[in-house]
Design a protein around this ligand. Structure first.
Ligand code: ZN
Length: 368
């Protein structure tokens, strides 16, 4: 069966303005050459371009989608936020939260980004595609219902999940967020919901700095349905796979979801400018294989990945390409030229032992 890839060039025309990574120019910050914002189209465009150049593009079902509807957006976001967003977007753009600027027309592009995620889930739940990747931009996992955050303007994954509930008989959903930053928006939206399991693997105290601790487990009916796995800075391939094997997979097995969604940030690799982890394309390949095995075991293979962060123009394409090879089961001639370089720099065994100990304690704390 087919692997879908949801993409629309218009999402690459979303403007995040001029910044030095995420800092506004001014004061002591010199305006950067060429725009400079960390969240810019190039990482996404180069991921998509590598799929075309390798030939994998032709083996995927590539589709665009309609924007998410007003009704779909309103299930997650209050009207006052959406109206303020639309008003600024119709003018010259602006900012409605921290580190999340947008330009003219940003509202429509944001709705399209959520629409791509929605379409990917719809195709998989309808049985048309085996699994799917949505190259959504702007990303969504930091966005709160009433304000934007960290480049995220709309909560793409919750918008899509709730639209799927309206269209399909969808029961329980698990969201596994392996973006290197904490999935605070998704956590907040599903904080008291028992039907959506949220799991975030992230660099400890990276962004948002004060969130993403193991103590945040959800509340009320949702108590116990939120897991945070903060990894020490410098953790690499072994840390990520140990987190998957000791915590993520047992938690999924216990929850028994009807759909698995991955909030797929590609910023945990060793060259990302906004984090300090040491994963590589092989890590994403192996984590994807584990997610596919879990989906096969638990929910007839239903697996949808939605793009989040990832700011290395060199690494994001190779990490994304490895994921698409794995999801589709199609090999190509592409070799990641940085794989050996990053494997050679993996943390020493003592670090793995320390991180393994932490993960074992976390798993015990979670009752897994
Ligand atoms: Zn991120």
């Amino acid at each position: 069966m087919t692997t879908g890839f949801c993409f629309d060039e218009r999402t690459l025309w979303h403007s995040t303005g001029e910044a030095a990574l995420f800092l506004r120019p001014g004061g002591w910050v010199q305006p950067p050459a060429g725009g400079g914002a960390a969240e810019n189209p190039e990482t996404k465009r180069r991921f998509k371009n590598l799929l075309e150049v390798s030939g994998l593009w032709r083996k995927l079902a590539v589709e665009s989608a309609e924007p998410a509807t007003e009704a779909a957006l309103r299930r997650i976001h209050p009207s006052r936020y959406l109206e303020a967003f639309k008003r600024l977007s119709d003018a010259d753009g602006g900012i409605l939260g921290e580190e999340s600027p947008f330009g003219h027309g940003g509202y429509e592009i944001g709705a399209l980004s959520a629409g791509l995620a929605t379409h990917a889930m719809d195709r998989v739940l309808s049985g048309v595609w085996r699994n799917a990747y949505s190259l959504s931009r702007p990303p969504g996992h930091h966005c709160m219902p009433d304000h934007s955050m960290g480049f995220c303007l709309l909560a793409n994954i919750p918008i899509a999940i709730e639209e799927m509930r309206a269209r399909h008989q969808l029961g329980k959903v698990a969201v596994v967020d392996w973006d290197v930053h904490h999935g605070n928006g998704t956590q907040a939206i599903y904080w008291d919901r028992p039907d959506v399991l949220t799991i975030s693997i992230h660099q400890n105290a990276c962004y948002p700095v004060h969130l993403g601790t193991v103590a945040e487990r959800g509340e009320g009916a949702g108590a116990g349905a939120n897991f945070n796995i903060p990894l020490l800075p410098g953790g690499g391939h072994n840390s990520y796979l140990a987190a998957m094997d000791r915590i993520v997979l047992p938690a999924l097995d216990r929850f028994r979801p009807d759909l698995i969604v991955v909030a797929c940030g590609l910023d945990a690799n060793g060259l990302d400018p906004l984090a300090r982890m040491m994963a590589h394309s092989g890590t994403y390949r192996d984590m994807t294989a584990r997610m596919m095995q879990a989906a096969d075991r638990l929910c007839s293979g239903r697996l949808v990945m939605v793009h989040e962060g990832g700011y290395s123009e060199v690494m994001v394409p190779f990490c994304g390409h490895a994921i698409m090879e794995t999801l589709s089961g199609e090999g190509t001639a592409v070799v990641d030229p940085l794989l050996d370089f990053l494997i050679a720099q993996q943390p020493p065994p003592e670090f793995d032992a320390l991180e393994g100990q932490r993960l074992t304690e976390m798993a015990r704390g979670f009752g897994l």
